[in-house]
Design a protein around this ligand. Structure first.
Ligand code: 6PG
Length: 480
């Protein structure tokens, strides 16, 4: 038993994570893959890593020093269950099984419970940062027991990204908390990407800028408050020229966005818990809309506006779009953190929101300077009802809302879809409204289904006899 940690599943993410682990002082890494060719290739290509290669699961387990720690990096779903079963049969009480895939958090809750009964620790850990992150330092969101984190924490800290001197890892909470927070991370990732895409579309179709010009705009934005990995890579993508045709790369890519499920999960969970993550939902739906080519073809001839929007002051429009993007982004993060708060309450996790924003500053896909402000907001007031009400974000919206509104108007007038921009603005206006038409909806519900309503001026539950004399019945204590 020579290795202090092992990795099962050696596709790109697993291989890179294994190499990352091996490059840190004190780690000897055992590696195992279902098809042994992949193990052999990895070991041959990276002699410097000093991997302990195993051709069978028994060999792999035997190569691990106690307490044994193994990180599973296989496809989420049935594949993960199969590997967990193999390890559980061979591991002993006190050993640690880590699932580093994008598992659905409810699966993680189920698995943790089952594995814990054997005395073995099970840790579901969200890992963000793609292939490069896995190799050079991802953001890591582990759940599981505090006891398991004592052993695992230092190892994860050694391979995580570092932001302002701090490793991007924290013990998120028990059982499925890590995978839950990774899911929300991905939901925010979807919204962030969609908002950037809408900004590009408006600059292109309304502002008349070319992809290369927009790349320059984004590079410029990346020097200010929008500084983030996603803005940075968007500029790279827009600058790319297709070698075959000489056209902008973005123009030769089929405009149908794929997805692997985490965005949908975020929205499904939010729907179940009643959290309006409307920006994230619009991002998921925008991908769905794009992926229905036949329906889009059937709608292609539908008329748009019969006037054209002309932008006289292009630099001013660019700045307005930047401000709209920033304000909408604040809404997306605000909604994402609301989903974390609701999930923590529902599943009994004690999640430190400021700490989550901190570990997202480096390594992960949504990494950005901006996250420091979220940490500050929750450090100042942990029971903050909405990030939008924190002084920094409130001021940012006060500063940007005129441009935000104008951009949404221009998009509507030009017939360019901006679902995430406009729904974020509606969310903001909904939240701050003194009176909502929800009162009328309550009236409608009471009319057709006697679903009752509450009054603004009295305690209790009421019903109007709509099909009778339209008098009101009910009072405090009555139940309808
Ligand atoms: C990350 C990414 C990663 C994956 C996305 C892609 O944090 O490193 O989120 O987990 O690339 O899940 O998701 P879609 O295929 O659904 O866009």
């Amino acid at each position: 038993a020579r290795a202090n940690i092992g990795v099962v599943g050696l596709a790109v993410m697993g291989s890179n994570l294994a190499r990352n682990l091996a490059s840190r002082a004190g780690n000897t890494v055992a590696v195992f893959n279902r098809s042994p060719e992949r193990t052999r290739t990895l070991v041959a290509e990276h002699p410097e890593a000093g991997f302990v290669a195993a051709e069978t699961i028994d060999e792999f387990v035997a190569s691990l020093a106690k307490p044994r720690t193994a990180i599973i990096m296989v496809q989420a779903g049935a594949g993960t269950d199969a590997v967990i079963d193999q390890l559980t049969e061979r591991f002993e009480s006190g050993d640690i099984i880590v699932d580093g895939g994008n598992a659905l958090f409810t699966d993680t809750i189920r698995r943790e419970k089952a594995v814990r009964e054997t005395g073995i620790n099970f840790v579901g850990a969200g890992i963000s940062g793609g292939e490069e992150g896995a190799l050079l330092g991802p953001s890591i969101m582990p759940g599981g027991s505090a006891e398991a984190y004592e052993t695992l924490g230092p190892i994860l800290a050694s391979i995580a990204a570092v932001a302002e001197g701090e490793p991007c890892v924290t013990h998120v909470g028990t059982d499925g908390a890590g995978h839950f927070v990774k899911m929300i991370h991905n939901g925010i990732e979807y919204a962030d990407m969609q908002l950037i895409a809408e900004a590009y579309d408006l600059l292109h179709r309304v502002g008349g800028l070319t992809p290369t010009e927009i790349a320059e705009v984004f590079t410029e934005w990346n020097r200010g408050e929008l500084e983030s990995y996603l803005i940075e890579i968007t500029a790279e993508v827009l600058r790319q020229v297709d070698a075959k045709t000489g056209r902008p790369f973005v123009d030769i890519v089929l405009d149908q966005a794929g997805s692997k499920g985490t965005g949908v999960w975020t929205v499904q969970n939010a729907l179940a818990l009643g959290v309006p993550v409307s920006g994230i939902a619009e991002a998921v739906f925008a991908r769905s809309l794009s992926s229905h080519p036949e329906q889009r073809a059937a709608a292609r001839e539908l008329p748009g506006p019969n006037t054209t929007v002309t932008i006289d002051d292009v630099p001013a429009f660019v700045e307005a779009v930047r401000q709209a993007l920033y304000a909408s982004k604040i809404v997306a993060y605000s909604q994402g953190f609301d989903a974390i708060v609701a999930g923590a309450k529902e599943y009994g996790w004690n999640i430190d929101k400021g700490e989550i924003a901190k570990i997202w500053r480096g390594g992960c896909i949504i990494r950005a300077q901006f996250l420091n402000r979220i940490t500050d907001a929750y450090r100042a007031d942990d029971s903050l009802m909405t990030l939008l009400a924190a002084p920094y974000f409130r001021d940012a919206v006060i500063r940007t809302q005129a441009a935000w509104r104008r951009v949404v108007v221009v998009a509507a007038e030009a017939g360019v879809p901006a679902p995430a921009f406009s729904s974020s603005l509606s969310y903001y206006d909904g939240l701050r409204a003194e009176r909502l038409p929800a009162a009328l909806v309550q009236g409608q519900r009471d009319f057709f289904g006697a679903h009752t309503y509450k009054r603004v001026d009295a305690e209790g539950t009421f019903h109007t006899l709509w099909s009778g004399d339209r008098s009101e019945i009910g009072s405090a204590g009555s139940s309808h």
